[in-house]
Design a protein around this ligand. Sequence first.
Ligand SMILES: *Cc1c(COP(=O)(O)O)cnc(C)c1O
Length: 358
Amino acid sequence: MPYIKIHSQNFFDNFHTLCQVISPNNPQRLAIVLKDNAYGHGLKEMASLAKECGIISCFVKNIQESLQIVEFFPHISILYPNPLEHSPLFRQCLESPNIYFCISSLEKLQDYPPFSRIELKINTGMNRNGIAYNHLKEAFEVIIKNKLQLIGVFTHNGFGDNFGCEFYAQNATFLEVKKEVLKLCEKHSLPKPRFHSLCSSAGLRANTDCNIPQSLQDDCYRIGIAFYGYLCQEEILSIPLSLKPVASLWAKKISSRNLKKGERVGYGGASTLSRDCVVSTYDIGYGDGLFRLREGMELYTKEGFKILPPASMDCISVESEEEEICVFDDVKKWAEAFHTIPYEILTHLHPYIPKKII
Ligand SMILES: *Cc1c(COP(=O)(O)O)cnc(C)c1O
């Protein structure tokens, strides 16, 4: 069976590096994004490491994910809850005082029973999810009428990776949102909610402006990919930060054979050997969520063994005779080969692949 090694020291090092750059005086402002099985790393495994670092807030994808880690953190926000599905599980969330529901539209706000703890998402220019800025007043009216508990108000700055003014424009819009929220809270005698807006790359660009009063600053940062060891910023923005990939993927040998130069391997004989060598198959394939290596792609294991395309559903052929190989300890090369981002390669890894924390 293939497995994923979770390099705990790399995670701890990333935590310290990110604290130092983003929030040196208050590490608890770093929240971890654990959605999608912690970007393929294993939800519970990463939750336990995050807890060990003293992280107190996290973000997950859905109701099921929140309940799996309910005992790990004092603040768990569900990014995409659906109160109308899975009603017994939704009830369980309602009864857990540390679980909050992120609300992406005015209509959805109506679906929540009294005393639900909510975080209101506001659209500040990414135009994907969130309540329109000019509907804040209506949102507060529903909150009061339905006795909802407003825990947070947030937005998603979608321009952290990109050079240009949109990043700053979104921050400026969110600042206006925060001012309006404080006014509405005062009017309705509600406690100040927490504010947050920035992901990994955006958080690294946050420039805590001392002229902005504390009450209008962000209270936490939603850090995902950087905790797992990657950043995907445009070159011009890249800062010298040594983040370390946390996951490495390992596979075990199924069988070996001696082959001669010129012999062909796999479906359609797509790979032709350029020398006599031993070729072995290993027990990971695209059925396990590893992207399917195709003809013309050149990728090597960590040890430097050539992976021979095409990949099969349950195995890959490699110019190696080792019992075990490391398919990758850094997914950047895979992401490049498939013209995608590390996020996509990582989140595709099937949750049933066992995790070994080392
Ligand atoms: C996924 C996600 C993040 C984390 O983004 P990274 O780029 O991985 O740091 C933050 N906020 C929201 C709303 C997200 O969906």
